[in-house]
Write a protein that binds this ligand. Structure first.
Ligand code: HEC
Ligand code: HEC
Length: 215
């Protein structure tokens, strides 16, 4: 009698522990899926031997004409890289860099750069930045320019669909605004075209100076 009930209890315990193991395994699998995005050796080699030259290993490009990639949203980065590869966003330099990359490698590159920390920023011309702050927060109500904050967020951090602008090199931002204005940035330019084409040269310089100093 005692033996039989002991046997039943042990049997139950074994079933419960099997269930626990299964539950643990299920709750661990999303973590394992995220780990798959941690760059493998081939992708780290690409970062170091290719991307680092212009964007820095940590996504902090030394030259102001190359965008900073550190802390940029992974979905935005991956989308731009695929658009360069597939010819939707025209750039001879970048097309060459990504032409041989798979979607998986692109996802790993995006995961790497988005996980890098940003470093401190400085603003050169504080008076110009003050004009830029007004445009960033309020737009230009007289010419119908929407506030940048309404889409890119109060601090310019962006969202998963929208790029982070905070701390980006002013010179790069300036070029992009000009390209949006002329529709020379060839992928998804409709929204930014309607904004950039209304900015005067002073406004574009001011707002990009301000954004460049955001952390
Ligand atoms: C020879 C310099 C150079 C190298 C090397 C290079 N890039 Fe670029 N990258 C650029 C330039 C220039 C642009 C801006 C392109 C434009 O808009 O015309 C750019 C733009 C980008 C952008 C778009 C950023 C944004 O905010 O929209 C991403 C993402 C990017 N590069 C990632 C990479 C990765 C990943 C590698 C390595 C596989 C790489 N780049 C290698 C010069 C380079
Ligand atoms: C109605 C929403 C909206 C508003 C308002 C807006 N943007 Fe954008 N912006 C976007 C979207 C969407 C993109 C991404 C386009 C893409 O996917 O290629 C973008 C991209 C950009 C980029 C390219 C960033 C990069 O890394 O290459 C710059 C620069 C930019 N915006 C500046 C501004 C400035 C400056 C203002 C204010 C004067 C502003 N935006 C207001 C929606 C907006």
């Amino acid at each position: 009698m005692l033996l039989t009930s002991l046997f039943t209890i042990t049997n139950h315990l074994m079933k419960i522990s099997a269930l626990l193991v299964a539950l643990c395994w299920m709750s661990m699998s999303p973590v394992q899926a995220a780990d798959a995005k941690v760059p493998g050796k081939r992708v780290m080699d690409i970062v170091e031997s290719r991307c680092a030259l212009c964007h820095g290993r940590e996504g902090e490009s030394a030259s102001a004409i190359y965008p900073r990639l550190a802390a940029q949203h992974p979905d935005y980065l991956a989308k731009q890289l695929k658009d360069f590869r597939d010819g939707r966003r025209k750039s001879e330099t970048m097309a060459d860099m990504v032409k041989d990359l798979s979607d998986q490698e692109i996802a790993e590159l995006a995961a790497w750069f988005s996980s890098r920390a940003v470093s401190a920023r400085r603003v050169g011309d504080t008076e110009l930045a003050a004009v830029g702050k007004y445009i960033f927060n309020k737009g230009n109500p007289y010419s119908g320019v929407a506030a940048c904050t309404s889409c890119h967020g109060a601090k310019g951090y962006g969202t998963h669909q929208l790029p982070r602008l905070a701390g980006q090199h002013s010179a790069y931002l300036q070029t992009q605004l000009m390209e949006f204005s002329k529709r020379e940035r060839t992928n998804d330019n409709a929204i930014m075209h309607s904004i950039a084409s209304k900015l005067t040269e002073l406004e574009a310089h001011a707002v990009t100076t301000y954004i460049g100093g955001l952390e």
